[in-house]
Design a protein around this ligand. Structure first.
Ligand code: AR6
Length: 171
């Protein structure tokens, strides 16, 4: 697997699937979630509402992942995951590992060959960017070891220079 970090806006990236740092409601928010909903257009919110009506009526659990189409995005798919929120005492790194590995499970099920991740939980949810970066890199590498050649490329797309630096250090 080809693993890279770059500074940029994940809504503009040409990959098969981008990952959204959503919340359990799946009904939108700020940060990268707000940017993805704005760029994908209103059909994304409608698809998320349909998921809430059918697959995840009680909301998406922390560490789990589900997919919708990407609609107006360059990416074919959006994989929505919910990171642990430090401000609610969600400090178990396994929850964050699960965000990355469950997202890659969903990507593989969709036959997505290239996936872009933001720094899940490194914004509003209050995790230290270095902890997120180390956890993300280790999680993706161990998933790749367990699922050889299932996904060809993972790009970490980081909005902030400081978060990008953290991912470069982790890689
Ligand atoms: N492209 C890439 N990264 C981005 C972009 C973008 N367009 N915009 C922001 N980031 P956050 P969380 C970075 O807060 O901590 C939402 O309201 C941002 O700089 O988006 O998991 C959800 O609805 C930061 O480094 O996600 C939830 O309620 C990283 O994305 C809650 O926030 C993650 O920051 C989730 O919080």
């Amino acid at each position: 697997m080809h693993l890279t970090a770059e500074q940029g806006d994940i809504t503009t990236v040409h990959v098969d699937a981008i990952v959204n740092a959503a919340n359990s409601s799946l009904l939108g928010g700020g940060g990268v979630d707000g940017a993805i909903h704005a760029a994908a257009g209103p059909r994304l919110l409608a698809a998320c509402r349909e998921l809430r009506r059918t697959t995840v009526p009680d909301g998406l659990a922390v560490g789990d992942a589900v997919a919708t189409p990407g609609f107006d995005l360059p990416a074919a798919w959006v994989i929505h995951t919910v990171g642990p929120n430090r401000h609610r005492g969600e400090t178990d790194p396994d929850l964050l590992v699960s965000c990355f590995t469950r997202s890659l499970d969903v990507a593989a099920d969709l036959r997505a060959r290239s996936v872009a991740f933001p720094a899940v939980s490194a914004g509003v949810y209050g995790w230290d960017p270095d902890d997120v970066a180390r956890t993300a890199v280790a999680a993706v590498r161990s998933w790749d070891d367990a699922n050889p050649a299932a996904v060809d490329e993972v790009r970490f797309v980081l909005f902030d220079a400081a978060v990008h630096d953290a991912f470069e250090r982790a890689l």
